[in-house]
Design a protein around this ligand. Structure first.
Ligand code: COS
Length: 392
């Protein structure tokens, strides 16, 4: 497989996903701002959720396959952003368990995640710890052989309805990233409560309050005090796929605009004959394709087991560029359609609301720039240890 074109198998996979999404998901009623369980079960039945972790329709999930995840997300985004987001939240919430959970914890939760019976959520952010995730304060207090969790999480996917959360808690005070532990926490655990948050694009998202929620040593994902890396490795996998979601939305906006430019007449000629329109279409298409290539490059690096620094940097570049570009593309598409694109129910009205959040969640664009900038300096310093000056 080249990073620059899809293999015949990948093309066939994309076609299959598109067909299934168009035909078999279309009848599932839309749900606003809450978990759509019938939709998740249908995506489970159709084998789409299995694709989250590299499994084919008949295989059990084995591990992450970033390229497949990206193809899945880009394709679904072009058909139904609701299905796309439901699938993505399910993957983000459960991947820490698959990646770092003990076998019995994996066996308890993951089969239900891929059938859509178990809904998962990723619980990292807190009211005072968003971009600075290592500042999190949700407290894990020792209690016999386990812990009691006290504190609050916010902007949590699928909360408060999820059946299981990957929760990142502070086990060692004042140790920032080195004092965080990841736990699998059942959604119905005593002491856990929460509420929905109403967003611009109505995803299932909410707040969680932990009031002495008990977790055991079995629930620890990875090692005690090593949970920050569990979170970061999960984001290394999912950030390129957020880029893929953005590419899918941008492509849908571009397709609609190219079609519109041939249908709509202004001053007696089709819209596309205005040079400003044709040049804008060209700019949109170029940014979509550049985004797609960055997404594929990041996914390919992940799947090839590239050096961690390369995986992290290319994931950040893919998410940054694809989400910022999609915002531009959807905005231009709205502009060229005029007022009709603002009508409730129009595809572009929908995409305009959907395209905003990905520039914020899973690390805002500013966080991605920080990651990229730091990695450039670190690489330079590794190549040129102290004392060596390139330009002297
Ligand atoms: N994979 C593995 N380990 C990683 C890693 C990665 N991608 N990124 C960082 N780490 C490790 C570092 O190696 C370091 O480990 P040591 O203490 O052993 O050296 C530790 O984690 C801390 O890393 P760093 O010093 O870079 O952490 P910072 O506090 O400076 O912050 C950022 C790092 C900004 C990248 C992090 O806080 C972040 O991603 N913020 C955004 C959070 C986010 O995306 N939230 C959205 C939640 S989902 S909607």
């Amino acid at each position: 497989m080249s990073q620059f074109s899809l293999s015949p198998e990948q093309r066939a996979y994309v076609e299959r996903v598109r067909d299934v999404a168009r035909t078999d998901l279309a009848h599932v009623p839309h749900v606003e701002g809450q978990v759509n369980r019938p939709l998740l079960r249908e995506m489970g039945r159709l084998g789409l959720l299995r694709g989250l972790f590299g499994g084919g329709a008949d295989e059990s999930p084995r591990d992450a396959a970033a390229m497949q995840l990206c193809l899945l997300r880009e394709t679904l985004a072009g058909v139904s952003t609701e299905a796309e987001t439901a699938l993505a939240l399910q993957g983000l919430g459960s991947y820490p368990i698959l990646q770092s959970g003990q076998d019995k914890v994996v066996d308890r939760w993951i089969p239900g995640v891929v059938t859509g019976e178990v809904v998962a959520g990723f619980a990292l952010s807190e009211p005072a710890a968003g971009s600075d995730a290592a500042a999190l304060t949700l407290r894990a207090e020792r209690d016999g052989d386990g812990w009691l969790l006290f504190g609050e999480k916010t902007w949590i996917s699928n909360a408060p309805e999820a059946d299981v959360y990957s929760v990142f808690a502070r086990t060692t005070p004042d140790a920032r990233a080195r004092g965080v532990t990841a736990f699998a926490v059942a959604g119905d655990a005593p002491g856990l409560s929460g509420e929905h948050i109403d967003l611009l694009a109505p995803h299932a998202i909410g707040r969680l309050v932990f009031d002495g929620v008990r977790v055991t040593a079995d629930d620890v994902l990875g090692d005690v005090d090593a949970g920050f890396k569990v979170a970061m490795r999960t984001l290394d996998l999912f950030r390129p796929s957020v880029g893929a979601f953005a590419v899918g939305m941008a492509q849908a906006a571009l397709d609609a605009t190219v079609a519109w430019s041939t249908e709509r007449e202004v001053h007696g000629a089709p819209l596309h004959q205005q040079q400003s329109v044709s040049h804008t279409l060209a700019e949109m298409a170029t940014r979509v394709q550049a985004s797609r290539l960055l997404v594929h490059a990041a996914a390919a690096a992940y799947d090839a087991g590239a050096a961690p620094a390369e995986v992290t940097r290319s994931a950040a570049m893919a998410k940054l560029f694809a989400t910022e570009s999609a915002q531009y593309v959807v905005d231009q598409a709205v502009q060229m359609h005029g007022a009709r694109a603002l009508q409730r129910g129009h595809l572009l009205e929908h995409l305009y609301r959907e395209v905003r959040a990905p520039r914020i969640y899973e690390g805002a664009s500013e966080v991605q720039r920080t990651i990229i900038g730091r990695s450039l300096v670190r690489e330079h310093q590794e190549r040129h240890p102290a004392g060596h000056k390139e330009n002297s």
